[in-house]
Design a protein around this ligand. Sequence first.
Ligand code: C2E
Ligand code: MG
Ligand code: MG
Ligand code: MG
Length: 283
Amino acid sequence: RAKEHGGGRVEVYAAHMHAQVVERLELQTELRQALAEHAFVLEYQPVVSLETSQVTAVEALVRWRRADGSLVPPEEFLGPAEESGLIVPLGEWILREACQKVAVWRATTGLDIGLSVNVSARQVLSAGFVQSVEEVLAESGLNAEALTVEVDEEVLLENPVVAAEHLTKLRELGVRLAVDDFGMGHASLSHLRRLRVDEIKIDPSFVRDLDADETVTLLTRTLIRLGQDLGVQVVAEGIEHPWQLRRLREMGCAYGQGFLVGRPMDAAGVEALVGGETNAAAL
Ligand code: C2E
Ligand code: MG
Ligand code: MG
Ligand code: MG
């Protein structure tokens, strides 16, 4: 009887696994279609100087627009896109689209607005990565110095040698390099030895627990000081409340991002923002 029972469980389990695999394959097919049909869109979130309240850059964030008009957040499709390798052409599209837009905004406003683009491990490690960035810069006319490539620790852990090689080449082109979600990974500090970086982005979990937890406050202060001492730009992410903004300013954090200082917005929103309709000055 026990055997029967166990066998039944295995079957149920196998059926469940099977359903998951099918679902994932369907999603990958949908994503491939979405890329062909230009169903991905970019939103842009402002990065603000905490000293001047000016918008200094925007971070491109990808969304998938489904047929019903709803926007699917990246966490729901980036994993499968990585698994299937679709992230390579998708990432190239994101880079091209964002660089073209920001090059136009810089030209029309005369403002020195930067662009940050997230890149995933598989994309960075792909053989054509450096060349594709070079091509996109040439096509769009965007200054390499205006582009920041954001990587998280995963990129640096998976294949540190190739990642460092590709990212160093990018830096030689003049592209800036940021480590995203800094402070959350086990090896955050060691990456600063292996790689010259221009920016660290303090993980939102630090900003969230500022004040509630004295240790978090001390760690945040230390990360900000570390950035200052190394000459690395520090951006605090996930600023949602005025008290967080105030505390970060007091600690000397130079840049910030978060719903309080600017939500991700579509291209038209950025055009209005850089055209002068900003409330960042009111902060
Ligand atoms: P990330 O690079 O750390 O981006 C910041 C995420 O935090 C964004 O979520 C943004 O909308 C959200 N956020 C910003 N301010 C606040 C805030 O004040 N409170 C809260 N709760 N959230 C805030 P999003 O757009 O859903 O992106 C999630 C992650 O997906 C990104 O984290 C990034 O790792 C990845 N991602 C997004 N776009 C791309 C892309 O174009 N390429 C790649 N490879 N990854 C991307
Ligand atoms: Mg990012
Ligand atoms: Mg990230
Ligand atoms: Mg982040």
